[in-house]
Design a protein around this ligand. Structure first.
Ligand code: ADP
Length: 241
């Protein structure tokens, strides 16, 4: 069973400027919450605050634990993982080795890089989920753009991440890759909580359940894609073109 994310009064201030200015957000277990909003709305900063990359005030609870005030690695150990717009995989290592390293964080590099006769079940499962079983022995650097993003998601799955925060996962992807990513996110969310920063409205219409619109560091609107699109406040600041 996964846990929901509960954010209260979240505030992040840079040099006197509140990039996130009192955000409340509830993402129930198993939900996929899309975060949208114009550039500078505070989406990335919110994700940075949840994952411990920036100092924030307020409260961020996940799995019954307060995340604020903990260092990044402690938050990660509580089952919180994120991807970045540019996939961070080990390009020279194979897909399998990338997953192995992610799965075995803490084990010695030698153990991890030694040729395995048996692949751990978690790694096999992740390979299947991200659709890269046939590419398992290929260096990650030779993968297509979309495949690298999926590998990065796989690296979180093998770490038993229960809250995934994805930053523009379909940016730069082909239509087929977008479709596959939407389906992958749906599978991943079956027993995890997922937050996705995404601008692509076509993708949102197809795959988003609930959307939270941020503007100037605050929640402007929340609801289904149709609901937020019909919200005059949203049309004014974001969709009104
Ligand atoms: P979004 O992801 O919605 O485009 P960001 O969270 O990246 O927005 O940025 C929100 C605001 O905070 C912007 O005005 C941005 O310039 C500012 N900001 C983000 N990071 C920093 C930082 N490290 N120092 C100062 N200002 C920042």
């Amino acid at each position: 069973m996964s846990d929901g994310l509960r954010v209260r009064g979240l505030r992040v201030v840079f040099d006197g400027f509140a990039a996130v200015d009192g955000v409340d957000l509830d993402v129930p277990p198993g939900d996929i919450r899309f975060l949208i909003g114009p550039n500078g709305a505070g989406k990335t900063t919110l994700v940075d605050a949840v994952t411990g990359l920036v100092r924030a005030s307020g409260s961020v609870r996940f799995g019954g634990q307060e995340l604020l005030g903990r260092p990044v690695h402690r938050i990660a150990r509580l089952g919180v993982g994120r991807t970045f717009q540019t996939a961070t995989v080990f390009e020279e290592l194979t897909v399998l080795q990338n997953l192995d390293i992610a799965a075995g964080a803490g084990r010695s590099a030698l153990t991890l890089l030694r040729r395995r006769t048996q692949v751990p079940a978690a790694v096999t499962g992740a390979l299947e989920t991200i659709g890269l079983t046939a590419q398992r022995d290929r260096p990650a650097g030779t993968l297509a753009h979309g495949q690298k993003q999926w590998l990065e998601i796989g690296m979180l799955l093998v770490q038993d991440v229960r809250l995934l925060l994805l930053d523009e996962p379909v940016a730069g992807m082909s239509q087929d890759e977008r479709d596959a990513t939407g389906e992958l996110i749906g599978v991943v969310a079956r027993d995890r909580t997922v937050v996705v920063i995404e601008h692509d409205m076509d993708f949102l219409r197809r795959f988003a359940r609930t959307v939270t619109v941020l503007h100037a560091g605050r929640v402007l609107s929340e609801g289904t894609v149709a609901q937020v699109q019909a919200d005059p406040r949203v049309q004014e600041v974001y969709l009104g073109h």
